[in-house]
Ligand binder design. Structure first.
Ligand SMILES: Cc1ncc(COP(=O)(O)O)c(C=O)c1O
Length: 389
């Protein structure tokens, strides 16, 4: 089935599930490490098939039918040929990066990248002679100016998950392709629903499946999507050798999470829009950093690349006293204090961000709007706002 012809709903509910095993409407979990075969030759063939990312199984570190089902759905959502699931988002991200670099090469990344991704490139890969430059993602010129003859990879996250800066994916990938540089994006924010970066030219699309894909704050998982040409080598190198495979049970929970992905994202988005609109009116708030707000600085780019905005955004309190900001977050009763997002529960964090582009540092509050009601969330913010005055 060509993925382009299949609706998101059909992908999430039915793709890969045409044969119901024993009539079971919910696919069973293949909760096993091992697959045995008639002869040694067939075991060898199964290994070769698994390496070529075919549906043959011999050992769950390389492939498992439960994972394969989730992988098919995520690949189809992202309009890519292949997807491989990992034991965490960072497992997927580090494997994708490792497959794209070599000693002596250079990586360009945006300066508001998810922190551990930036540390992996900037600090960990430095041990192996990989250099890197981080620049504002919202300025394509500075990003493209950072390219050197030895640049092999550009790492993007659009929007980034703290200050929500977008990158012009068509322009960046166009130049990268001309120069033979691979591009990779963390698309966790858009969850394969709000944007399909591969259709805008990005080579590798990575996810923390812990977030919206899982959707219930009960699994840790990651995904790498791309063409077979790029994913198959990851399978026989980083996947097989570093060994970060996801276990079958969380993959099964992931399939269950995917069923409701589209409706959940719509609900998060409606809720976050109402909460952002409320905050934008409050005297204690200097600016709301929400991609779909009418005054969002990159609105045209947002409209040209994305189909929606989800539940995550930040705001800059007018009073930048960090003690007051923490007191505000601590005063919240419905929003809980926590780092992740993408689940049913609303979350708040007080965070600092500084970069050249932002001229000076800012203390921000990042909010994730879960599946509570707008009245409950706005009421909660209203009772805590006096802490910011
Ligand atoms: C944008 C983004 N990318 C990647 C990750 C890493 O994912 P995981 O925690 O599943 O390893 C996170 C986790 O918070 C994230 O927010």
């Amino acid at each position: 089935m060509a993925h382009n012809d299949v609706s998101v709903e059909m992908i999430l509910q039915h793709l890969g599930e045409e044969d119901h095993i024993l009539g079971a409407v919910v696919p069973p979990i293949f909760q096993n490490s091992l697959f045995v075969h008639e002869t040694c030759n067939v075991v060898g063939e199964a290994y070769a098939g698994a390496c070529a990312n075919k549906e043959t199984y011999f050992y769950s570190r390389m492939g498992n039918p439960t994972l394969h089902l989730a992988e098919q759905k995520i690949a189809a959502l992202e309009r890519t040929e292949r997807c491989k699931l990992f034991g965490s988002g960072m497992g997927a991200i580090s494997a994708a990066i490792l497959s794209s670099v070599e000693s002596g090469c250079h990586v360009v990344g945006i300066d508001s990248l998810y922190g551990p991704t930036r540390r992996f490139i900037e600090q960990y890969l430095a041990k192996f002679g990989v250099t890197s430059t981080f620049v504002s993602g919202s300025c394509s010129d500075s990003l493209l100016d950072a390219i050197r003859p030895e640049t092999k990879l550009i790492v993007l996250e659009s929007p980034s998950s703290l200050v929500f800066e977008l990158q012009d994916l068509r322009r960046i990938t166009g130049v990268a392709r001309e120069k033979g540089i691979r591009t990779m994006i963390d698309n966790t924010y858009s969850a394969g629903i709000l944007m399909q970066p591969h259709t805008l030219g990005v080579d590798l699309v990575v996810h923390s499946a812990t977030k919206y894909f899982g959707g219930h704050s009960d699994i840790v998982a990651g995904a790498v999507c791309g063409s077979s040409d790029l994913i198959n080598p990851i399978l026989t190198q980083e996947y097989e050798l570093i060994g970060g495979a996801l276990a079958p049970f969380p993959a099964w929970l992931l399939i269950r999470g995917l069923r409701t992905l589209k409706v959940r994202l719509q609900a998060h988005q409606e809720l976050a829009n109402q909460v952002a609109a409320f905050l934008a009116e409050q005297p204690e708030v200097e600016r709301v950093l929400h991609v779909s707000q009418p005054d969002f600085g990159q609105r045209q780019l947002y409209l040209s690349q994305m189909h929606g905005s989800g539940g995550l955004f930040s705001f800059i309190p007018r009073d930048q006293n960090p003690t007051k900001i923490r007191a505000f977050v601590d005063q919240l009763q419905v929003f809980q204090r926590g780092v992740s997002w993408g689940g049913f529960e609303s979350l708040a964090l007080s965070l600092d961000f500084a970069s050249e582009h932002w001229q000076h540092g800012h203390h921000l509050v990042r909010l994730y709007c879960g599946l509570e009601s707008a009245e409950d969330l706005i009421g909660d913010l209203r009772q805590a706002l006096p802490e910011l005055s």
